[in-house]
Design a protein around this ligand. Structure first.
Ligand code: 4AD
Ligand code: MG
Length: 477
């Protein structure tokens, strides 16, 4: 008989219909009640075993973690917390699980412990919810862009450029590291390497994305990016996924409008399609907060926070305005910032971003027109000679979730900026060709996918929203 997923079963009206389910045992109580989960939903199906007519050898093998198939009839449930249950006629153990050795005991485990057994953590309620939401957000992103007529462009993973110019790339080579070819000057001879030049994993698909936008108008990328930044924080990964739309004939305002619309859309999509999972995570956070003193608890729960976010416009502020807000703040005057804000031109630390978002404006903020010296070479220069058409979107609890800009479309200004920043024009001549042949105003941004998943799930560590996190000194699984 065909297997029915538990999500579907829980929505059926019980009429003694015969059904087969397959899944993994969460718990088995009183030799009678199996809580069965198959990953389609956070909710378990109660399977009632007729223990008088089931051989003892089978009963013994129904243990936490075991894979089983059960066939029986669906009836209204007497127990609380569920509407239906399956009265099993047959139970087959497909894969045994030694209860003594199974690392996931039916109790609450810490997130840190679960990170060490990331290969099994999908089987917990929390991670089940997180990764179903992650899936939905990815789908919603593709749907959003597809419905708007954007083209999904696959930009390369291996490249010879460092788009952001931050020098945080991972090398790609097939050299024998014990015997690296060198030239007469003793330098590494990349001519002998696989690609005949020095190559690295991409930090961003933007530059290639711009080439696409100059032909298709509107494109987006959605792929993995790699950064060898040695930041061991709860918001940085060495391998993360990024969504990078790039639009011809867009200025910075169009860019901000699109980013805001995208964020509203995908959060609303998750609220509509992952209601149960978000409810579960909301309750999980409330339970956690009960251990904190009243004044440290959040004003809004997760569900309220998400609804607040989609029902309010983001605040748009220039960097210069933000600096004066920070400089004048009591926080700064009382020296509560680790990095005090005195001068115009400094890069904002995450404590400053969080102050603006969580204390001052109390909602998502889009900061624009940053000093050119703290931003990448490709951003469009303003007439003041000091700032560029950059935008960063800052979210409560997350900090920067989006970074983008209007691009410098004027060849001369771009070349001049590259010279100032020591970026060799010969290596990027293909990029400069877009400015030589039919250049036009254009803009784009990068949305950090894991930071989005962090926000929507209310999780606090980015390692808990990607299946197998890669961070400094850690590359398990
Ligand atoms: O601000 P970033 O560095 O911008 C770019 O890469 C541009 N090329 C994007 C563009 O305009 N097309 O990165 C964009 C976003 C950040 O706002 C953040 O959300 C995320 O990517 N991000 C990271 N997420 C996790 N771990 C890291 N190490 C990240 N670095 C950036
Ligand atoms: Mg950035």
């Amino acid at each position: 008989m065909a297997r029915v997923k538990i999500k579907e079963i829980l929505g059926l009206s019980p009429q003694n219909q015969e059904i087969t389910v397959k899944g993994w045992v969460r718990t088995f109580r009183n030799n009678q009640f199996i809580a069965l989960n198959d990953g389609s939903t956070n909710n378990n199906l109660q399977v009632v075993v007729d223990f008088n007519n089931t051989p003892e050898t089978i009963l013994k093998r129904i243990t936490t973690g075991a894979a089983i198939a059960a066939t029986g009839t669906l009836i209204p449930s007497q127990g609380k917390g569920q509407t239906v249950e399956l009265v099993a006629k047959t139970v087959e153990v497909i894969g045994d699980s030694d209860a003594e050795k199974y690392p996931l005991q039916p109790k609450k485990h810490s997130l840190e412990f679960l990170r060490e057994i990331a290969h099994l953590r999908f089987r917990t309620n929390t991670f089940g919810a997180v990764f179903r939401i992650r899936h939905s957000l990815a789908y919603a992103i593709h749907k959003f862009f597809n419905d708007k007529g954007f083209l999904y462009l696959h930009t390369p993973i291996i490249t010879a450029s460092d788009a952001e110019g931050a020098g945080e790339t991972f090398h790609v080579t097939n050299f024998d590291l014990n015997n690296i070819p060198r030239n007469e000057q003793g330098e590494i001879n990349y001519k002998e390497d696989f690609f005949g030049k020095s190559t690295n994993l991409t930090v961003s698909g933007q530059l290639e994305g711009e080439l696409g936008a100059m032909a298709f108008g509107d494109i987006y990328t959605f792929g993995p990016t790699f950064r060898a930044e040695n930041s061991n924080t709860a918001r940085h990964l060495a391998e993360f996924w990024m969504i990078e739309p790039e639009m011809a004939f867009y200025d910075l305002n169009d860019n901000m409008d699109l980013a805001e619309e995208l964020l509203h859309y995908v959060i609303r999509y998750a609220l509509e399609h992952n209601k149960e999972d978000i409810e579960f995570l909301t309750q999980r956070l409330l339970d956690e907060e009960k251990q904190k003193p009243q004044n440290e608890r959040s004003e809004m729960n997760l569900m309220e926070k998400l609804n607040f976010c989609i029902n309010n416009k983001f605040e748009r502020v220039t960097y210069t305005e933000a600096i004066s807000i920070l400089r004048e703040s009591n926080h700064n005057k009382k020296k509560k910032f680790q990095y005090l804000v005195n001068e115009w031109g400094v890069d904002l630390q995450s404590e400053h971003e969080r102050y603006l978002v969580e204390k001052h404006f109390n909602k998502p903020v889009i900061l624009t027109d940053y000093p050119k010296n703290i931003k990448a070479f490709y951003m469009r220069q303003n007439d003041d000679g000091k700032t560029v058409r950059a935008m960063d979107i800052l979210f409560p609890g997350i900090g920067e979730i989006v970074g983008g800009s209007q691009r410098e479309e004027r060849l001369e200004l771009l070349e001049q900026r590259m010279k100032e920043m020591n970026i060799p024009a010969e290596e990027l001549s293909w990029y400069l060709d877009t400015r030589r042949f039919g250049s036009c105003p254009h803009a784009g941004f990068g949305l950090g996918f894991e930071r989005l998943v962090l926000f929507v799930t209310g999780m606090t560590n980015i390692r808990d929203v990607i299946p197998f996190p890669r961070t400094p000194k850690n590359c398990e699984f």
